[in-house]
Design a protein around this ligand. Structure first.
Ligand SMILES: Cc1cc2nc3c(=O)[nH]c(=O)nc-3n(C[C@H](O)[C@H](O)[C@H](O)COP(=O)(O)OP(=O)(O)OC[C@H]3O[C@@H](n4cnc5c(N)ncnc54)[C@H](O)[C@@H]3O)c2cc1C
Length: 449
């Protein structure tokens, strides 16, 4: 059979790949999007479960800060985003107190990071110098949780320079805003894909890319079988997560590049200086919003928790929890990131859910039996073991503050790179960052076509 030929092949139908396809299609470019999974959206993965009143997000959930690319898309899609607001609380094994100074505390530590530090060092090394001394001891614990939880990073490997540059909202109140899609995050990829849907091939796993300047041959395997077809293109945009680019050829989802990417020094630097962070999120639907009940408030000797949005704890397994606030749906989401999440990824979904339920019992001071009785349903997705993600999202390793920019650089006007890890503006690991890279890669391609 003759291989199919297109001008541009796009690997991946996450938001980066779809956005690149949308821009190229609007310029009349003939393209195809090859997506390994049987769905679009990649790390945006929303479940609509009829037993729960709100969408269940297994991947991206929040709109972080201004995120203009995302808010514009949401506006065009008429997909409402609501601000979360609400209150942050802290639980120390069930002793609850309001945490009104979360952002100032975080900022007190993060502002001491040095974006120009020579040589770069790890976040852990930075913390060892006890920045801010004794008065900031608690704030340093918060900052460590932030780097492990929000950045999904291993503090012993994460770059101080990179974290100093966009690693927290600082004192910008607009960047501290958090939003959520009322109808689910999946409304974003669905909207971006609306004009390119016929160009997306699902269940198409790219296993090999042979290339030379101006000519690419891709091996595409059907996810549901073994048949491999060839596809030829003038250029390709690779949006696979960095975890997939790291995977050795032959592993599920891995791509054998010929010549390999790391024959180019810029690309090999980029790949060495970034890694996938680990995250486990367990969403638990409970029978009733017990934390708002008078009985609970009396027992916890706390004020009313009706506006509880986030609960920060020192739990070793699941230190951060959030509710569906402002929706009143009785849902609790347990989150852990970094090295702990990597460990927990190996124990299986049911056990992770049990561990999350136990953490919930500890932090809300419920009897274990009572906590288990309250659980009506639980959902999680193991991103670590997902062959097409191999982790949650990227973070930058010591010495790699320029790694995203290096990843973004095209190779010989033929291979182009998009995806969250290639955002050079400090927005790696986010949806808006990923959309921006799709636009940027499409423009790079248009310049050479
Ligand atoms: C648990 C979790 C929570 C998150 N929370 C947030 C949040 O609250 N806010 C936020 O802004 N961001 C969040 N993110 C990050 C955000 O989801 C990502 O940054 C963004 O969706 C990445 O988009 P992308 O297009 O770069 O990559 P992806 O969405 O991963 O798209 C890449 C695509 O390539 C496909 N692919 C991989 N290998 C192959 C292959 N060999 N052949 C063909 N196709 C292949 C994949 O299946 C995938 O669809 C979260 C991520 C996770 C995992």
């Amino acid at each position: 059979m003759q291989p199919t030929t297109v001008q541009v092949a796009i690997l991946g139908a996450g938001v980066a790949g779809l956005e690149a396809a949308r821009v190229l299609q609007a310029s009349g470019v003939e393209l195809i999007v090859l997506e390994a999974r049987e769905r679009i959206g990649g790390r945006i993965f929303t479940l609509h479960d009829e037993t729960v009143a709100v969408p269940i997000e297994l991947g991206a959930e929040f709109v972080h800060g201004e995120a203009p690319e995302l808010r514009e898309t949401a506006h065009d899609a008429r997909a409402p985003i609501y601000d979360i607001g609400g209150e942050r609380w802290h639980s120390s094994n069930g002793t609850l107190e309001r945490l009104d100074d979360f952002w100032p505390m975080l900022n007190a530590v993060m502002k001491r990071l040095d974006a120009k530090r020579e040589p770069d060092r790890s976040f852990e090394q930075f913390l060892k110098t006890r920045p801010g001394g004794a008065p900031l001891a608690r704030a340093r614990t918060m900052a460590l949780q932030w780097v492990e939880g929000f950045h999904a990073a291993d503090p012993a490997r994460a770059s101080e320079r990179a974290l100093a540059d966009g690693g927290s909202p600082g004192d910008d109140v607009r960047e501290r805003r958090l939003g959520r899609f009322r109808d689910g995050y999946d409304s974003v990829p669905r909207w971006i894909a609306r004009d390119v849907a016929s160009r997306v091939r699902l269940g198409a796993v790219v296993s090999g890319i042979r290339w030379q300047p101006g000519a690419i041959s891709l091996d595409v395997r059907q996810a549901s079988g073994d048949s491999v077809t060839a596809l030829e293109a003038r250029a390709a945009i690779i949006t696979a997560p960095i975890g997939v680019l790291h995977a050795p050829p032959g592993e599920p989802g891995a791509i054998a590049f010929d010549p390999p990417l790391d024959f180019d020094r810029v690309k090999s630097d980029a790949l060495r200086r970034m890694d996938m962070g680990a995250v486990i999120r367990v969403t638990i639907a409970v029978r009733e919003p017990f934390w708002t009940s008078k009985r609970f408030v009396r027992r916890a000797k706390s004020q009313n928790l009706d506006r509880l949005a986030f609960l920060h704890t020192s739990d070793a397994d699941f230190p951060v929890w959030w509710t569906a606030y402002p929706a009143s749906t009785p849902l609790l989401v347990g989150w852990t990131g970094g090295p702990r999440a990597r460990e927990l990824s190996s124990i299986g979904d049911d056990q992770a859910t049990d561990r999350a339920t136990d953490a919930l019992a500890r932090q809300f001071r419920l009897a274990r039996r009572e906590a288990r009785r309250l659980v009506m349903g639980a959902w999680t997705h193991n991103w670590e073991n997902d062959p097409y993600a191999r982790g949650a999202y990227s973070y930058i390793l010591v010495g790699g503050s320029d790694a995203p920019a290096k990843l973004a650089r095209p190779m010989q006007g033929t291979l182009f790179f998009a995806g969250e890890a290639s955002d050079a503006e400090g927005r790696t690991g986010t949806v808006h960052g990923a959309i921006a890279t799709g636009r940027r890669a499409a423009k790079q391609v248009l310049r050479v076509l």
